[in-house]
Ligand binder design. Structure first.
Ligand code: NAP
Length: 474
């Protein structure tokens, strides 16, 4: 047990441990919580009431969370001193107890930390950011059929352009780097031909590794395996048509992982086409089957045609028995979509998608766009998950102008707590809270943000009343 400078550890409860990246949760886990800045002061008490009530209703005294208050953000500075936004105590507590939940935090101006949220993700190597976007009946939405969207965005959290390795235009190092690339690297790379970087450009580096991509996609596939039939589907989202060796490789490494590591659990979209076409046409030759699955087959070179025929033979030989005759429909389907196309598809054909595995930047945009479809950030939960720790969090910020007024929507943090309970394997209270939220919204018992969008307008509940309404609906 670490020695804490200013924290009071609960006098009962046990530590959550991890095995092979999964939590082993006792019946009485100690869970550190960061109340959060701004509206955190309103949101956290409402959230804790809802979680405790749901656990008690489902398990009585058999299970209980022992909450452990730790500090970050403005509150931490009050306790630990100016600019001490993320005290060592807090880091040690999360490291030791493994799973934490947090309200929103102010991004500090000064003090050397770019963002507390980013810092927490980096310190604990929380490499997957998970954001479910699902519609609760009655929530006002700008869309005609928001209930058709039920997806989980899996956003890689540690790599990509978000690593912040960048140089400002005209910075001395930036000029050196541009000269080096223009004079030595590009001329010696035949594929880059005679391109050159503009002289006064700023530069950012976009690293995407096989290790980083695969450990993230592995989590997404593991998650998909636990979903109901029809939702076992992981779509690799990328812009590989333009950024071949970063975004394109993300897609390729994803397929490689699906086939090599999850052979009995997964099928790729292409394999499913092959099996479906073969199944529908058992009598026709491999070459004719190839014509069916490969548009423009006859115009391809003979070597390419031969490769496709070999691919078909190999799919039939290797997985025809195990995955054919529609058996694959019970497995995880892995396909891929270009990032810009998925933005329109979650609006035009949302039913077709389940888990979207993305790189860092694409996932950032996509999760907010998906949240908007189902009713906005007030109802959008999130989790940052690694192999030895997980932090569940609000996806919105501190909304300072609403702080302390007991009016803000606590839905995002409450739904993040639902994700935490699911992560524990405590499905019963998780389902109870989800049901309580749904019913409360259907009864139009909502906070101001949703109330103002309802037709006809309804009188809003306060933050704490919304929490109570959820509990009354258990
Ligand atoms: P914000 O705090 O998310 O607030 C922007 C607006 O979003 C609010 O004025 C409010 O809109 C709406 N909103 C936010 N939380 C809501 C909730 N729980 N229920 C209903 N509506 C909600 O964004 P910001 O003002 O740009 O950022 C403020 C601070 O938060 C900054 O320091 C920023 O860095 C930080 N931040 C932290 C996180 C995080 O901790 N994960 C995320 C984003 C930003 P209306 O006023 O129109 O109702």
């Amino acid at each position: 047990m670490p020695n804490f400078e200013k924290l009071n550890i609960p006098n009962a409860g046990q530590v959550i441990t991890f095995k092979d990246g999964n939590p082993i949760v006792p019946n009485n886990p100690i869970v550190p919580f960061i109340r959060g800045d701004g509206t955190g002061v309103d949101i956290w008490p409402a959230t804790q009431n809802v979680i405790d009530a749901a656990i008690f209703k489902c398990y009585g005294d058999e299970r209980k969370i022992h909450w452990f208050k730790v500090y970050a953000g403005d509150e931490a500075c009050d306790i630990y001193g100016t600019y001490n936004y993320l005290p060592k105590d807090t880091i040690e507590a999360i490291k030791h107890f493994g799973v934490a939940i947090k309200g929103p935090l102010t991004t500090p101006v000064g003090g050397g930390i770019r963002s507390l949220n980013v810092a927490l993700r980096q310190i604990f190597d929380l490499y997957s950011c998970v954001r479910p976007c699902k519609y609760y009946k009655g929530t006002p939405s700008p869309h005609k059929s928001p209930e058709d969207l039920d997806i989980i965005v899996y956003r890689e959290n540690t790599e990509d352009i978000y690593m912040g390795i960048e140089w400002e235009a005209d910075d001395e190092t930036c000029i050196k780097l541009i000269n080096y690339l223009n004079n030595e690297i590009i001329p010696n790379s035949p594929k880059l031909k005679n391109r050159s970087l503009p002289k006064n450009a700023g530069i950012g580096i976009k690293p995407v590794s096989k290790f980083g991509s695969q450990r993230h996609i592995r989590k997404a596939i593991e998650h998909a395996k636990k979903l109901s039939e029809g939702k076992r589907h992981v779509t690799l989202v990328h812009k590989g048509n333009i950024m071949k060796f970063t975004e394109g490789s993300f897609r390729d490494w994803g397929y490689e992982l699906a086939v090599n590591e999850f052979r009995n659990d997964c099928i790729t979209e292409r394999e499913s086409w092959i099996l479906d076409n073969i199944n529908n046409n058992p009598a026709i030759s491999v070459e004719n089957n190839a014509r069916l699955i490969e548009p423009g087959f006859d115009k391809l070179t003979s070597a390419k045609r031969e490769t496709i025929c070999e691919e078909i033979k190999s799919v039939i030989k290797n997985i025809g028995d195990t995955h054919g005759n529609n058996k694959w429909k019970k497995l995880v389907l892995v396909d891929d979509r270009i990032a810009d196309s998925i933005f329109q598809q979650i609006q035009t054909r949302p039913q077709e998608y389940s888990i979207l595995a993305t790189l860092n930047l694409n996932g950032d945009y996509l999760s907010d766009a998906a949240a908007a479809i189902v009713g906005g950030l007030g109802m959008a939960p999130g989790a940052n998950i690694g192999d030895k720790a997980a932090i569940f969090e609000a996806t919105h910020g501190t909304a300072p102008k609403h702080a302390g007024l007991n009016k803000i929507n606590p839905g995002s943090v409450i739904l993040s707590a639902v994700m935490m309970l699911e992560y524990f394997g405590w499905e019963e209270p998780a389902n109870l809270i989800t049901m309580g939220i749904s019913r409360s919204i259907e009864q139009k018992k909502v906070t101001y943000d949703l109330a103002r969008l309802m037709e006809p307008q309804v009188k809003p509940l306060s933050c704490s009343e919304f929490g109570e309404s959820i509990i009354e609906n258990f």
